[in-house]
Design a protein around this ligand. Structure first.
Ligand SMILES: Cc1cc2nc3c(=O)[nH]c(=O)nc-3n(C[C@H](O)[C@H](O)[C@H](O)COP(=O)(O)OP(=O)(O)OC[C@H]3O[C@@H](n4cnc5c(N)ncnc54)[C@H](O)[C@@H]3O)c2cc1C
Length: 577
């Protein structure tokens, strides 16, 4: 932004470690997660409050795991179950009353218990955001509504932002060490930084029709679980999200008209069927809705029609010095697969602990550059996979030529991996994603879920992560635990160390964990003398399959690397992943 914005010098009214521009799903998540790590922030949002449209509804395993880690899983699930069936399905029909074309998820949660202590859920974004906001403010985050960030200027120590109060027009300056731009797919911050978007571009000018029906639509689904229902027929292509009552929800329309015949597609290169939003009237919306329901004359009331653009693009970089792009500002995807909001929450989760440790001096500033190194490849992959789902479920006329093969949902949700200087990987075989049955604690992957017992209570390994570094050692790995504590003390970072399944030693800073099923070593790919180090975001940063000798020296080097402290001494010998 420097060079393109003129800052009118006034007295800096406020200083804050992190300024968050945009207070929707991702901005609120960032505010919450930063406070979770003890970092103050100010979030500015130009609207008067949280989202007013349902938009995101399908929340993936990883996002629910993040919510669980900050104590929100139950509250979110309770709210979601008021709105949607907990095991809703995702399928494809000619119309709600018509023939089934495909059944993508007969039950949203079939088979997930092997991988996670939690399950996927549906909750509308306009119900989730107030829960995030309440938790963020409870933890001490500051939010300012009707406030727009109108300029940013970076220098070597921080960023000066000009904020406009949209109620009275007054301007003020805020000084921040870092800025998170969670300002949505049109991201003014990204534009002013000159960061370009690249990808498949605009796919359609879509609409969402919010409606109430005079009858329960549930029985039309027969034995299909209520949830998301893709519709393809000669009038339209899109999807329903039907709430639990069965007589309300929304219909997204991405394309109109019969484009099943290749000669029609070939005759109109300007793709007029993508211009759904142009000149949309209530009468036209009613026709489309009735065609999607498939029951002529069914009584329905249109409550609202929102227009929006389906786009599949990612930013060419996620960082400009002290400013980080997160959420739709960094990647914008069509809603197929429910990736947009989920990916944004995961961006905030990756960034929050890094900002906390850099701000408190425990980590080197280079740790922040790993945000782009880790999240952008995942964002790019997500853009492609959302595009693949858009093409296969909605717009097959776009063809398979520029489309990645479909990656299974579990691998997309919890199998993405990070390769960056802060992760000590094997170096020669570092795939960007892997099914969790394959990765098994490989450095760069999300640390696997295993049920253990602590103080006679069942805990998931995932319940140990979220705030501090965590060292998990095998049953005979007590030396790793003691060494890890010492190394962490020397670095000034908080670390919890646990011996899993062994007799335990007294001074490892946490009760040891029982593993009666002996599942932990195989799940984490180590022997009983090995250990793994897990970051505060629950990703494995280093693993030693067995005892390597000199545990204190090794762990000091590992932590130096994980914190980008300029160490990296002998990293190659640490690579056993
Ligand atoms: C129909 C539909 C269905 C969807 N379904 C799903 C789903 O099932 N799962 C899923 O994960 N995602 C889904 N999404 C996508 C999801 O809604 C978005 O990815 C998500 O809203 C992105 O959140 P964000 O905070 O990054 O951006 P936004 O929600 O766009 O918020 C950006 C905020 O920044 C504010 N802002 C912008 N500029 C400034 C400024 N200069 N100063 C102050 N404030 C500013 C804006 O007012 C806005 O509130 C769906 C989207 C649609 C349209």
């Amino acid at each position: 932004m420097a060079g393109r914005c003129t800052i009118i010098r006034t007295v800096v009214e406020h200083e804050v470690p992190v300024l968050i521009v945009g207070g929707s799903l991702v901005g609120l998540s960032a505010a919450l997660l930063l406070r979770w790590h003890g970092v103050d922030s100010l979030t500015v949002e130009r609207h008067t409050g949280t989202a007013i449209h349902p938009r995101a509804g399908h929340f993936h395993l990883r996002t629910v795991e993040i919510l669980r880690s900050v104590g929100l899983e139950e509250a979110v699930r309770r709210k979601g179950e008021q709105q949607y069936h907990p095991d809703g399905g995702i399928n494809h029909v000619e119309s709600l009353a018509g023939k089934e074309i495909a059944n993508y998820f007969p039950n949203l949660n079939a088979g997930v218990d092997e991988f996670s202590p939690t399950v996927r859920l549906f909750i509308n974004q306009d119900s989730l955001e107030p829960i995030l906001r309440a938790r963020a403010t409870e933890l001490g985050a500051k939010l300012r509504y009707r406030t727009e960030c109108v300029a940013l200027q970076q220098d070597s120590d921080g960023v000066t932002a000009v904020l406009a109060d949209l109620e009275n027009g007054k301007r003020s300056e805020v000084r921040a060490r870092y800025v998170i731009a969670a300002d949505g797919n049109r991201s003014p911050v990204r534009d002013r930084l000159g960061i370009r978007m690249r990808g498949h571009g605009l796919l359609s000018n879509s609409i969402t029709i919010y409606f109430r029906a005079g009858a329960d639509l549930g029985p039309l689904l027969k034995d299909r679980n209520q949830g998301v229902h893709y519709v393809t027929n000669p009038m339209l292509r899109g999807f329903f999200r039907l709430d639990r009552s069965g007589n309300a929800g929304f219909l997204v329309v991405n394309l109109v008209g019969d484009i099943s015949r290749p000669e029609i597609v070939a005759a109109f290169p300007s793709a007029p069927w993508t211009r759904v939003a142009e000149g949309i009237t209530e009468q036209r919306a009613l026709e489309l809705l009735r065609a999607a329901i498939g029951v002529p004359g069914i009584p329905v009331v249109i409550e609202n029609v929102a227009t929006w653009q389906a786009i599949a693009d990612g930013a060419e970089r996620y960082q400009d010095r002290r400013v980080f792009l997160a959420g739709d500002a960094a990647h914008v995807v069509p809603p197929n697969g429910g990736y947009g909001g989920n990916t944004g929450v995961q961006d905030a989760h990756n960034l929050a602990w890094k900002l906390a440790l850099v701000l408190n001096g425990a980590a080197g500033p280079e740790l922040l550059t790993t945000y782009d190194a880790e999240r952008r490849p995942v964002g790019d992959l997500t853009v492609e996979q959302a595009f693949t789902r858009y093409v296969t479920r909605v717009a097959p006329y776009l063809g398979a030529e520029n489309t990645q093969p479909l990656i299974d949902d579990i691998s997309m949700e919890i199998g993405y991996r990070y390769n960056s200087p802060a992760v000590i990987t094997a170096g020669d075989d570092d795939p960007l994603y892997e099914h969790p049955c394959e990765s098994r604690g490989r450095p760069g992957s999300r640390a696997p879920h295993v049920w253990l017992e602590q103080h006679r209570t069942r805990v998931s390994t995932l319940d140990l992560f979220g705030r501090n570094f965590v060292l998990l050692a095998g049953a005979k790995g007590g030396a790793w635990c003691a060494a890890a504590r010492g190394a962490a003390r020397d670095c000034g970072v908080e670390l919890d160390a646990f011996q899993v399944g062994g007799a335990g030693i007294a001074d490892v800073g946490g009760a040891d964990l029982k593993d009666d099923a002996d599942s932990f070593p195989a799940a984490y790919g180590i022997s009983e003398t090995g250990a793994v180090l897990v970051r505060p975001d629950g990703f494995v940063t280093w693993r030693s399959e067995a005892d390597m000798g000199e545990p204190q020296k090794i762990l000091a080097e590992v932590l130096d690397t994980a914190l980008c402290r300029g160490g990296r001494r002998g990293v190659s010998r640490l690579r056993s992943g």
